[in-house]
Design a protein around this ligand. Structure first.
Ligand SMILES: *[C@@H]1O[C@H](CO)[C@@H](O)[C@H](O)[C@H]1NC(C)=O
Ligand SMILES: *[C@@H]1O[C@H](CO)[C@@H](O)[C@H](O)[C@H]1NC(C)=O
Length: 231
């Protein structure tokens, strides 16, 4: 713990680029793929079917999606942003940001926020899932005119004890609120605040493709402009 704190003090006193390049990256659920930093480069995740991040019941905790993440002390987190796109075409095809609040005593009680694009009702939409005890999900239309695969820039920003989820529109000039999560950095909720959180990008494909020989087809979810701000 002491060493972590010292490392953070050193990183904090260095330039922003030095401190961001000091993040260590890990893959969850992407065997055989080397983790690389998504900062300053584009990343494509080849997402297999039958994957999700979703907890509809305590006995159905599902965190099977490929997730490229780094660990940040909760007290230092400010915001994370990424632009995500992909050839969305099947129910629940999705990708975007995940912020995880691990529960060291019970991994099944890990809290998380996921936000990005999700395909529903025949069209890609902006989806946010916040999971305190169980998951709840909201959808909002993509309102910007687009050509080709739907693309969106998603921002999760800390505001006091809240996390706010936004879609960034108008070439980065405006942002539209999608969700306020009041438990995110709140110690006064009976569960306590995770000291360290995990922040990164993911893709999931809950539904297999239909058609002879296509059940194992993957979806290529692509990310650019990743930015992680800490204090
Ligand atoms: C996770 O969800 C996917 C999509 O619904 C499903 O196919 C898979 O079996 C689930 N895995 C676990 C461990 O619950
Ligand atoms: C955790 O969740 C999985 C389902 O994803 C379940 O099989 C397992 O029994 C749960 N473990 C505990 C300790 O609740």
């Amino acid at each position: 713990m002491l060493f972590t704190n010292i490392a953070w003090l050193l990183a904090g006193s260095a330039s922003a680029s030095a401190s961001t390049s000091s993040f260590k990256w890990h893959w969850l659920n992407n065997p055989g793929v080397e983790p690389v930093s998504p900062i300053g480069r584009s990343i494509t995740i080849q997402v297999p079917p039958d994957t999700d991040i979703w907890r509809p019941a305590l006995s159905k905790h599902n965190f099977t999606a490929p997730y490229l993440y780094t660990t940040v002390p909760a007290a230092h987190f400010q915001s994370v942003q990424v632009t995500v796109t992909g050839p969305w075409k099947t129910l629940y095809d999705q990708g975007g940001l995940v912020v995880t609040f691990p529960n060291r005593h019970n991994p099944n009680a890990t809290r998380f926020i996921k936000a990005g694009i999700e395909f529903n009702d025949g069209t890609p939409a902006l989806g946010v899932v916040a999971t305190d005890i169980l998951s709840d999900w909201s959808l909002s239309p993509i309102t910007e005119k687009q050509t080709g695969n739907a693309k969106a820039t998603i921002l999760v920003e800390r505001d006091g004890t809240d996390a706010w989820v936004y879609v960034v529109e108008g070439q980065g000039k405006t942002r539209r609120a999608l969700r306020q999560v009041t438990w995110a950095f709140n110690e006064d909720d009976g569960q306590g605040l995770a000291k360290e959180i995990e922040v990164g990008i993911y893709g999931a494909k809950p539904t297999e493709e239909s058609g002879e020989g296509h059940a194992r087809d993957k979806i290529a979810v692509s990310f650019s402009g990743f930015s992680l701000k800490t204090v």
